[in-house]
Design a protein around this ligand. Structure first.
Ligand code: PAF
Length: 253
């Protein structure tokens, strides 16, 4: 394993950050890393002299306590993957460090965050935008990397940085998929093997020429609970629950 540094203290990280020379890339995550994250980490490492990974399961973006509680935690494996991908340091602070104000202040957006996932997960994007802005302030990266699976999240973060004059380039990376087409996600680890196979239908439906109504019918008939199937601008978005696990994906159409 290379000499990867792990920081739990924000002030210790900031001392380290001050001495970095060259560009800094940043990949914010909630851990339970998979090949989708690895693609972001390798890209950051190839495009920047230094790359920082944050691992922080952010409670304010979970509207469902069971989802938060069951979020997979695989720190040792994450550390190894990060080192293999050429990451220089990991930042993994506690709740009290990240929310010293106990979430008194938050970032919110009033348009795009209110539809799709925002309409089904009240407060979710406030939590995401707040934590990402905090991390961008701590890490001060030149480039920050986000996966297209969470397209709404990526777009909102990009727009927030533009609005608040955050001097960081927000980069998106194509969704990494299983052989079946299922988008990689930390939540996939919680599916049974039958569920994992069945979940491939999401991508098939995203790519199909069926109408939104027919897609909903097919997914429901196969045991998926539907949050939404929507076409907005040039993208088709699907969010469903299978075996109690919420899965989202989208493609350009
Ligand atoms: O995409 C995620 O894993 C999270 O929403 C993020 C961007 C790390 C913020 O907690």
């Amino acid at each position: 394993m290379n000499n990867i540094k792990v920081f739990e203290s924000i002030s210790e990280f900031q001392k380290y950050r001050k001495n970095l020379t060259g560009t800094v890339g940043f990949v914010p995550t909630m851990g339970a890393l998979h090949e989708g994250h690895a693609t972001l980490l390798r890209r950051s490492a190839s495009e920047n002299e230094n790359s920082i990974l944050s691992i922080y399961v952010n409670p304010t973006q979970f509207n469902n306590p069971t989802d938060l509680e069951k979020y997979p935690k695989t720190f040792e494996a994450d550390l190894k993957l990060a080192a293999d991908c050429g990451i220089s340091a990991i930042l993994s602070p506690s709740f009290s460090e990240m929310y010293s104000d106990n979430y008194r202040f938050k970032m919110s957006e009033n348009e795009f965050s209110k539809i799709l996932c925002g309409a089904h997960r009240p407060g979710h994007f406030d939590g995401v935008l707040t934590i990402v802005l905090k991390f961008l302030n701590i890490v001060q990266p030149d480039n920050a990397y986000f996966g297209e699976k969470d397209f709404q999240q990526y777009q909102l973060i990009k727009d927030m940085c533009h609005s608040f004059l955050v001097n960081c380039n927000i980069v998106s990376e194509k969704t990494v998929r299983e052989k079946s087409g299922l988008a990689m996600s930390s939540r996939n680890k919680r599916l049974s093997s039958a569920g994992f196979e069945k979940a491939a239908l999401i991508y098939q439906m995203l790519k199909s020429t069926d109408s939104v109504t027919d897609i909903k019918k097919k997914l429901t008939a196969d045991g998926f609970e539907i949050d939404y199937v929507e076409e907005i601008k040039n993208r088709r978005f699907i969010a469903v629950t299978l075996e109690g696990i919420r899965l989202i994906d989208n493609v350009e159409i």
